[in-house]
Design a protein around this ligand. Structure first.
Ligand code: HEM
Length: 464
């Protein structure tokens, strides 16, 4: 009775009793196939949970922008809820979410404008990144170095320090995190969402996810304790120090949720949301440059013309480097690192695409269907920087460029990610040419984890 579809609910495949449509894999390719059969707004049922899947630029924009207030909350997804507990930033709601999001946005802005500015930190990190590339003598997989470099830009903000790429403790944390991102996308782990009461006693990938996150949160608790020992509210060093101050200020307002547990989860949110996404994008970028050497050459020509070889790239260069900017946008479009977006919940009864969506329904706005929408892009399946260039070779913005999503829950680290991508990408191509290793083929067939990642690859780099 509970699972009966309300009238005028979006159509979808016939669900099995109890299990629902759990055998429809929750990945963007399956969603694209189902959208062909059932339309831009269709429904699925996972266990007893009804969900609505929204595809294509027009419909996703309608949900996230036109109806900005209606899909601004997160649903409870058991697999995530066990770890994130509805607190922090990414998976919280209401006043607690607003207070934490405001705090994080403010901190990111302060950090960007402060004495040890964001730009300096990223430039400094790009020196370490290039040095690490230089020490590689033969073909190598850039995964660990890129993860280490990107995570340091987030670590500087949270912990006020960077970690060496061979720091065993921190590398272990990154490895555990990457493993979680892989497993979260696996259909077997998603079975936990069907019946958490049962699966919490059964072995399976969900247990690895929980145990990895336990180790990550223990690491964070340790860092927070260290901060508390020499915390000086008059001289905040990083996000943790600022959060400790906020905890004192908001002592009388427990609903804002500023406490040690909130700090652990908020830090986890930023590391989780910031590292894997940005690092994966950069790895797609290097892979596309290996695959399309003529495009790499044009980027290098622009770098040589605008920046030269005697100074480091800086953020002001981006405005006068339309080709490089277009290439980075195209990497983000075709790389499509968060293809499913992140789930929302209907805040009230509403209508979308002519269908009725009851309050509380989980809604997925599929970002890959926007980034690959054949009505918006001239060559949706091909790497084509021309998507972002006008006929005079100047950069042109595109409405359907939504890798960071849109609306109230849109990515709050967009500026940081864009800065990191520009400075790391230009620094690397200023100093190196990347190419495929002799005898090895380049595949652009990505791996579907929770993110969409390039297949493991090795590359050869030569100094310029
Ligand atoms: C290329 C890199 C990145 C991509 C593609 C990306 C993409 C996204 C997407 C698609 C969402 C979900 C938005 C929605 O629910 O509609 C999101 C949320 C979020 N991102 Fe990012 N992100 C990136 C980097 C970062 C960075 C560097 C940070 C911070 C250090 C960050 C922090 C967050 C947070 C905290 C949320 C949750 C926002 C909320 O629920 O209010 N992201 N991101």
């Amino acid at each position: 009775m509970k699972n009966r579809k309300p009238s005028n609910f979006p159509p979808g495949p016939w669900p099995l009793p109890f299990l629902g449509t759990v055998f429809a894999k929750m990945d963007f390719r399956t969603m694209a196939k189902l959208a062909k059969d059932y339309g831009k707004v269709f429904s699925l049922r996972v266990g007893s949970e009804k969900m609505v899947i929204v595809s294509g630029y027009k419909m996703v924009k309608e949900a996230l922008v036109t109806q900005i207030e209606n899909f601004a909350e997160r649903p409870v997804i058991p697999l995530f809820h066990r770890v994130f507990k509805g607190i922090g930033i990414s998976l919280s709601n209401g006043f607690l979410w607003r207070s934490h999001r405001k705090f994080a946005v403010f901190h990111l802005r302060m950090f960007g404008e402060g004495r040890k500015s964001l730009e300096n930190n990223i430039q400094q990190e790009s020196v370490y990144l290039c040095d690490a590339f230089k020490t590689e003598k033969g073909p190598f997989n850039p995964l660990n170095i890129v993860n280490g470099a990107v995570s340091n830009t987030v670590a500087c903000m949270i912990f006020g320090q960077r970690f060496e790429y061979h720091d065993e403790r921190y590398q272990t944390i990154l490895r555990l995190d990457t493993e979680c991102v892989k497993l979260l996308g696996s259909p077997r782990a998603q079975l936990y969402n069907v019946c958490p009461q049962l699966f919490k006693y059964l072995p399976g990938p969900h247990q690895t996810i929980f145990s990895n996150y336990k180790k990550i949160t223990n690491f964070l608790r340790g860092e927070i304790s260290k901060h508390r020992e020499d915390w000086d509210p008059a001289n905040p060093r990083d996000l943790i120090d600022n959060y400790l101050t906020e905890m004192e200020k908001k002592n009388s307002d427990p609903k804002a949720g500023f406490n040690v547990e909130g700090l652990v989860i908020a830090s986890l949110d930023l590391i989780e949301a910031g590292t894997e996404t940005t690092a994966t994008t950069l790895r797609w970028g290097l892979l596309f440059m290996m695959k399309y050497p003529e495009i790499q050459k044009k980027v290098q020509e622009e770098i040589d013309r605008v920046i030269g070889q005697s100074r480091q790239p800086c953020l002001a260069d981006r405005a006068i480097m339309p080709y490089t900017d277009a290439v980075i946008h195209e990497i983000q479009r075709l790389g499509n690192v968060v293809p499913m977006g992140f789930p929302k919940k209907a805040v009230k009864d509403t209508t979308l695409g002519g269908y009725f969506i009851p309050k509380g329904t989980t809604v997925w706005t599929i970002l890959s269907s926007v980034l690959y929408d054949p009505n918006e892009w001239e060559t949706p399946d091909t790497f084509n920087p021309g998507h972002f260039l006008d006929k005079n070779g100047q950069f042109r913005k595109r409405d359907a460029f939504l890798p960071f999503s849109a609306g109230k829950r849109a990515c709050l680290g967009e500026q940081l990610a864009r800065h990191v991508l520009f400075l790391f990408f230009t620094s690397l191509l200023q100093q190196f040419t990347v190419s495929k290793c002799p005898g090895e083929e380049i595949s652009l067939e990505g791996e579907i984890w929770f993110t969409y990642a390039p297949p493991p690859y090795r590359m050869c780099v030569s100094s310029r």
